[in-house]
Design a protein around this ligand. Sequence first.
Ligand SMILES: Nc1ncnc2c1ncn2[C@@H]1O[C@H](COP(=O)(O)OP(=O)(O)OP(=O)(O)O)[C@@H](O)[C@H]1O
Ligand SMILES: O=P(O)(O)OC[C@H]1O[C@H](OP(=O)(O)OP(=O)(O)O)[C@H](O)[C@@H]1O
Length: 224
Amino acid sequence: MKNTMDYLTIALPKGKLFSLSADLLAKAGYTAEGLSDKSRKLVIANEEKKIRFIVSKTADVPTYVEYGAADIGVIGKDVLLESGKDVYELLDLGFGRCHLMMAVPKAEKRAKLVDYDHTRVATKFPHIAEQFFNKHGMQMEYIKLNGSIELGPIVGLSESIVDIVETGTTLRENDLEEIAYILDATARLIVNRVSFKLKFDRINQLTEELRKILELEQQAKAGA
Ligand SMILES: Nc1ncnc2c1ncn2[C@@H]1O[C@H](COP(=O)(O)OP(=O)(O)OP(=O)(O)O)[C@@H](O)[C@H]1O
Ligand SMILES: O=P(O)(O)OC[C@H]1O[C@H](OP(=O)(O)OP(=O)(O)O)[C@H](O)[C@@H]1O
């Protein structure tokens, strides 16, 4: 087995954030031949630059980073908060912007948020949802789903959902209405606590390079 101290191991999530993350890292020169979320090869190395990429299920990225199986990773703030993993957050990458909210069927909308006390909420984010409802003094029954959350109230599984909204299309097409904002999310660069000490120079250099690239992109956008 390779000595992992020689390599910088980067965990990337499959799905929506993959190409945005891989493209940004490539701009800083961090890439590897054959890096793709479609590849069946799960570890892809760049031997010359001593970089290894792990491509994993979105929800597993914080786990790889917390245990040090990956030094750094890219993950949405929503998934990071839900995971409760003990990692450092180095940089807000700005992309993958969305927000977490509570929505209900338009036709059966109740007058106030507290009118949903002691009802069922379908979500991929039960921990974040529980914190939100606790803050409002509400006790809910949390039904964990892994996708198509909007289906919950439509088929009578739950009275509401807590889910991500980006464009609002999914809510509109399913006659749901947002009734409470919970939090904003964007992709974050995260790092394992021990790796950050042991590989500080490499990780700091990468962070600064990414920060510069993001700043230039922001300036170009503002000037356009
Ligand atoms: N419209 C959107 N829907 C879902 N996630 C979004 C959206 N816009 C931005 N994001 C961000 O992208 C992240 C990854 O979303 P994606 O849908 O790829 O994950 P997933 O479906 O949970 O993962 P997997 O496909 O591995 O199960 C989210 O956690 C969120 O931070
Ligand atoms: O506001 P919109 O632009 O419509 O985006 C929001 C939708 O996108 C996400 O689902 P995703 O595509 O990740 O599929 P999933 O339901 O399988 O999680 C999220 O769970 C919403 O359903």
